[in-house]
Design a binder for this molecule. Structure first.
Ligand SMILES: Cc1cc2nc3c(=O)[nH]c(=O)nc-3n(C[C@H](O)[C@H](O)[C@H](O)COP(=O)(O)OP(=O)(O)OC[C@H]3O[C@@H](n4cnc5c(N)ncnc54)[C@H](O)[C@@H]3O)c2cc1C
Length: 466
């Protein structure tokens, strides 16, 4: 018998469990894996540091900052290096720096004159209030070239997604808001800037910044798991959640050949949508079907370590994104040791390539040797890699990131109803308000508030009955 069972020890489940425990409740966490952290996992390999999933937290992230401060991890934090100056994009088969300041964006020769002229017409485009795909929205407001060379690579970089399938409201809600409120993205952006009196969008200590930790992002789940020692059960796969006696739930937990039912007052399902669908089928078929509709194409991470003089490119940026129109075999390459010095031993550099996603799902499933060869080939052609890597390691996520389509909002409404229909059951994870770790932590914090309200109401009822 447990008061609260949290299923999943990724960043969503660990954050929720930590806060529930800190609130004075009894919490038990089950995860089928051999390590806490889920898609946040760091590994040292021959002096290199590989991230198997998330590489950076995007600040400002007040909820993440509070969590980190509470765990005393502030001293471990590492801001992305100023050496990562440029954002590169492949155009016409070459890696080129993308202009980022608005005026440079407009004046630079990166875009054709026709594309720049088309940008000027954006304020004249009619507003569309309903949701649409990222591709339809961008083509309508900015034209095909902005779709091909800005939004498509961004969708690949953030969601490993295809702009023809992703919802603009779910993936870039701020753009949809500007469209709705100002009738134009460009005029809306100028108006917001003027309102801020020319100050940058975010300033001061909460400045928009990427960060990680000295030993990688895995530091965060490791530290959360340490605080929950004795309450986390790894290698325990949850197979089903069902209604038990009274208002309780029963949870079927399997370890190896042995399975047992455990009772709980409350259950927090902190799993990716496809995994949540599997365990909720017996409780609510409709919810399980809704969760199963969210696609998660496979995504592979290929980590490559080179001697510094094996790469001709200065690697003076975040990395390079590949627009689909360029027909490359990777979605992007992160310059990991530029972003966070110390990710490679002296005289070496570390690169991380992402393969597959919604664009080329079949490539993510290649054999690790083929993945390494494919990624190195891209490094050779695009970054002047003229010697093989000294380290090559890959990780395939068979179910990569959730892809919110244009029907995602209706889907979330259906999922929100589950908590009122099954009081005491809570869903959290990266399919609600965004895939970033920042969004996962914020979502988990909001879920914990609902859990606490539920437990308080339950305690008050029990007191009245006594
Ligand atoms: C390649 C890649 C790169 C990324 N890069 C970034 C980045 O740079 N920045 C960023 O902010 N975000 C990034 N993300 C996104 C971010 O990492 C994820 O959205 C986030 O970590 C998801 O956390 P979660 O806890 O919701 O789910 P997960 O991390 O998937 O955790 C779910 C846990 O549930 C467990 N589980 C599954 N089924 C069961 C079951 N039946 N019983 C028990 N346990 C179960 C799993 O073992 C896992 O530990 C990236 C993701 C990927 C895949």
């Amino acid at each position: 018998m447990a008061e609260v069972i949290v299923i999943g020890a990724g960043i969503s489940g660990l954050t929720a469990a930590h806060l529930i425990h800190a609130g004075g409740h009894d919490v038990t966490v089950f995860d089928q894996g051999d390590m806490p952290g889920g898609r946040m996992r760091s590994q040292c390999i021959d002096g290199f540091l590989m991230e198997h999933g998330a590489n950076s937290v995007v600040g400002p992230a007040p909820a993440a900052d509070n969590l980190i401060a509470g765990l005393d991890l502030g001293g471990e934090k590492m801001l992305r290096s100023a050496a990562a100056r440029h954002r590169y994009l492949v155009r016409d088969g070459r890696v080129q720096a993308l202009p980022v300041e608005p005026w440079r964006f407009f004046l630079s020769g990166f875009f054709t004159p026709a594309a720049r002229l088309r940008l000027l017409l954006e304020p004249l485009v009619a507003v569309r209030r309903d949701d649409e795909t990222v591709a339809a929205f961008t083509r309508r407001r900015f034209g095909q070239e902005m779709l091909d060379y800005v939004m498509d690579p961004l969708a690949a970089g953030l969601y490993a997604g295809d702009p023809q399938q992703l919802s603009i409201s779910a993936v870039f809600p701020q753009l949809k808001r500007l469209d709705r409120c100002h009738g134009s993205i460009i005029l809306g952006a100028i108006a917001s800037r003027l309102r801020r009196n020319g100050r940058p969008a975010i300033h001061g200590p909460g400045k928009r910044m990427l960060f990680s930790f000295r030993q990688g992002l895995g530091t965060l789940p490791r530290s959360l798991a340490d605080r929950l020692a004795g309450r986390i059960f790894l290698g325990h796969r949850v197979e089903s959640v069902q209604r038990g006696a009274g208002s309780r739930f029963r949870v079927l937990v399997r370890r190896g050949d042995a399975a047992r039912w455990i009772m709980a007052d409350s259950v927090v399902v902190a799993l990716p949508a496809y995994a949540a669908a599997n365990i909720l089928d017996g409780l609510d078929r409709r919810v399980a079907e809704t969760l199963a509709e969210i696609s998660h194409p496979p995504l592979a991470v290929v980590f490559l370590g080179y001697r510094v003089n094996a790469i001709a490119h200065p690697l003076d940026g975040f990395g390079a994104l590949m627009p689909a129109i360029e027909k490359r075999n990777v979605l992007g390459i992160l310059f990991s040791s530029t972003l966070y010095p110390g990710r490679a031993p002296p005289e070496h550099v570390a690169l991380t390539a992402f393969v597959g996603g919604a664009r080329q799902p079949q490539l993510a499933m290649l054999h690790p040797d083929e993945l390494a060869a494919l990624a190195h080939n891209e490094v050779r052609q695009l970054l002047g890699g003229h010697a093989p890597p000294v380290v090559a390691h890959s990780r395939c996520w068979r179910h990569g990131l959730p892809q919110p389509g244009v029907d995602h909002t209706q889907r979330l409404d259906r999922l929100a109803a589950v908590e009122s229909e099954h009081a005491g059951l809570f869903l959290t994870g990266n399919y609600f308000s965004g895939v970033s770790t920042t969004a996962c932590i914020e979502q988990a914090v909001a879920t914990v508030h609902r859990v606490e309200r539920h437990l308080a109401a339950q305690a008050a009822r029990a007191k009245r009955a006594a």
